[in-house]
Design a protein around this ligand. Structure first.
Ligand code: NAD
Length: 262
């Protein structure tokens, strides 16, 4: 039983704790033979990430705020000292102020709109471009999106606009990088309870709705997302790029909710 990612090296942006989507992806990649490098943001997160990765072989842990070009540069300079190649990137990062998720979309300020876009969409481009000198043999990049990119999800607001930009960034990057053998894809995950999603006042409703109405009649887990991530990151997804893969128990396929209860 050969491991799917044996001999591959990947970078994981966005492990906050053991509930993070990025952590489930990282664990699955490690089980499949990958060596991993992780970023953190601040002292508290550093402690949590170091504790989580302590049993992973040769894990690298380093600071990186994805809104700071000099930190991204320092991050990759350090990686380059230890690795001569990078095969894949998991981008699982987003942020907006809580106030933006409460009420109407239109109340978002210019500054807050710009910073949400910067952290949640532009950062995909920033961390991918900086990795290119190390992605010498092609590779695979994935990012995490949500259905609020495609349709209005009340109270998801500016985050939905940022996810629309993120999905578009993934497609444009896929076009730019296709000729050097780098694939870029997004996973549109159904709602999951994590540190970030607990800041969305509508999360309970989103979870209830998707459990009740999804074709699979349940919510997705971070493991569901990680399995699909493995497909996109490995050679199993070799012909797939610029794609938004819904890992949402089928929720996005519905045109309306059925009144027939099962
Ligand atoms: P999480 O809180 O575990 O992860 C979010 C991560 O973003 C954290 O590690 C945080 O440190 C990082 N981050 C924020 N600002 C940063 C910055 N400036 N620099 C570097 N890192 C920064 O939550 P999660 O739910 O695992 O979210 C991961 C991704 O999945 C996000 O893009 C989120 O929008 C997306 N997503 C989540 C859900 C869900 O329901 N949980 C559904 C679909 C998509």
């Amino acid at each position: 039983n050969a491991k799917i990612l044996a001999g591959k090296r990947g970078i994981v942006f966005g492990v906050a704790n053991n509930k993070s989507i990025a952590w489930a992806c990282a664990q699955m990649c490690a089980e499949q033979g990958a060596e991993l490098a992780f970023n953190f943001l601040g002292d508290a997160q550093e402690k949590r990430v170091r504790e989580l990765v302590k049993d992973l072989p040769n894990a690298i842990v380093m600071p990186c705020d994805v809104t700071k070009d000099e930190q991204i540069e320092a991050f990759y300079t350090e990686i380059q000292k230890q690795w001569d190649m990078v095969d894949f990137i998991i981008h699982s990062v987003a942020f907006t102020e809580k106030e933006n998720l409460k009420d109407k979309f239109m109340v978002v300020t210019r500054e807050s709109f710009a910073s949400t876009m910067d952290i949640s969409a532009y950062s995909l481009l920033a961390v991918t471009r900086a990795a290119l000198p190390l992605m010498k043999k092609g590779g695979s990049v994935i990012t995490m999106s949500y259905y609020g990119a495609e349709k209005v999800v009340p109270r998801y607001n500016v985050m939905g606009v940022a996810k629309a930009a993120l999905e578009s960034c993934a497609k444009y990057l896929a076009y730019d990088l296709g000729e050097i053998g780098i694939r870029v894809n997004a996973i549109s995950a159904g709602p999951i309870r994590t540190l970030s999603s607990s800041a969305i006042p509508g999360i309970k409703e989103m979870l209830e709705n998707s459990q009740k109405h999804s074709p699979l009649k349940r919510n997705v887990t971070t493991e569901d997302v990680a399995r699909s991530a493995l497909y996109l990151l490995s050679d199993l997804g070799s012909g797939v790029t610029g794609e938004v893969l819904h890992v949402d128990c089928g929720y996005n396929t519905l045109g309306m909710f059925s009144s027939v209860e099962s």
